[in-house]
Ligand binder design. Sequence first.
Ligand code: ASP
Ligand code: MG
Length: 425
Amino acid sequence: MAIIVHKYGGTSMGSPERIKNVARRVAKWHRAGHQMVVVVSAMSGETNRLIALAKEIQPNPDPRELDVVASTGEQVSIGLLAMALKAIGVEAVSFNGSQVAVHTDSAFGKARIESIDSDAVKKELDAGKVVIVAGFQGRDAAGNVTTLGRGGSDTSGVAMAVALHAAECLIFTDVDGVYTTDPRIEPKARRLDAISFEEMLELASLGSKVLQIRSVEFAGKYHVPLRVLSSLTDPDIPVDVEAVSGTLISFEEDPKMEKALVSGIACTRDEAKITLTQVPDTPGVAYKILGPVAQHNIDVDMIVQNIASAGTTDFTFTVPKGELERTLKVLNEEVVPVCQPKNITTSTSVAKVSVVGIGMRTHAGVACKMFETLAREGINIQMIGTSEIKVSLVIEDKYMELAVRALHDAFGLDKSPVEKGCCKA
Ligand code: ASP
Ligand code: MG
């Protein structure tokens, strides 16, 4: 009998009615003969409420005590779900992170899982019970309660699947899968049947909020297939139908993988652009500019250094919009005296549009097709960045939606690879 892990997020657990639906869904899988482990989040809004409460008492809450408070939402959820299962005649038992035990380091608020003792869970599974585990929480070596960072229940779900050698980890959420792009921008966006871990990782780091990045890293590293699917469908749909719904996140070798050149388009308005003009074109200048920025823990994303003329060059980079003020302070205090740029200019009216696909590794021309598409729309490209499976362009923000729609069309993302005839069905 296979062990299956289900993870339900805050929206899925958002009300007594929804918790009862989760219980029905889990009971259905249990009846189909699976050994079920269910990892849950706090009810939606609850973790925010707890953190706000803590801040009313202590504006800068003590990290250890904040985790004690913030982790309680999940404890409520596990108890309620166990009751909901018992109420419909299914044997169930809840475990908090300490009881499992999920061992973490001591970085309160962003702890990393080090190991999981799954013996207690296995014992209950073998006794035929559904085991419900609190997401988001663990314990450090000294026995302190820790939490894994916002959205951390995804990682808890994956980690339980790894520890139990589960066949699959199903992440139930309020969307029905991973889309080729944001459907609010491009209504023709298509739900992907499957996507590789690497592509999902790029999309997650580009701002797709479907899964916490760390959970994708974890699942990829330990080879646990993930599936993202909706918890808002009829809880009684047959297990064999539900088992192939949503989006599978798997390995390139998986025969279920779509063989697409490009899988998705991500976009964000969260970055600001900074240019230092006429800095000396000498060895070490990039280090002199970005060294101090890095020392202040500001994440730099795109970087462009222009061709030099007359011994000077212009240097442009992007940072998260929320870090612009801090970055300018660092530049003025620590970089200007050393590099003496003629000017520092900034722009917050920029957007980054990225095209992601493992097919790029073996096919040239993706960047070129992007340039051609934007040229046709008359959109100026300000910066270009590439990785093995991604091309990112910075453009003026008012053209972001237009660029996404034009690229979606140019790469034929509204059609499945089978429809496009680029692989055999
Ligand atoms: N309840 C936690 C949060 O809101 C963890 C999670 O939902 O994944 O961040
Ligand atoms: Mg979540």
